[in-house]
Design a protein around this ligand. Structure first.
Ligand SMILES: [Zn+2]
Length: 88
């Protein structure tokens, strides 16, 4: 599923091949788009939270801040996200 989040192209995949303890994983691709994997093991509520957490990383441009992963996560956990996502 391709979504557009703050104008960024995000390929969202629900995966059955992710480790327990990792509800989501998001990264930037070489072409500047993003891929977000959601772990199919988790329930809808958890995936919704995880989705919004990952959206926050994209919307706040966390991938270009030059901070460590720990710093980025510390900031991200204080965020409350409710976004409108256009799915095409
Ligand atoms: Zn995170």
């Amino acid at each position: 599923m391709i979504s557009y989040i703050n104008g960024e192209v995000v390929n969202v995949i629900v995966s059955e091949d992710m480790p327990i303890g990792m509800p989501e994983h998001v990264w930037e691709n070489h072409d500047g788009s993003y891929t977000m994997k959601l772990n199919a093991v988790y329930n809808h509520e958890t995936l919704q939270e995880s989705f919004l957490h990952a959206v926050g990383h994209i919307a706040e441009d966390d991938f270009h801040k030059g901070q460590s992963a720990d710093e980025i996560e510390a900031e991200a956990h204080g965020r409350q996200y409710a976004v409108v996502v256009n799915v095409r």
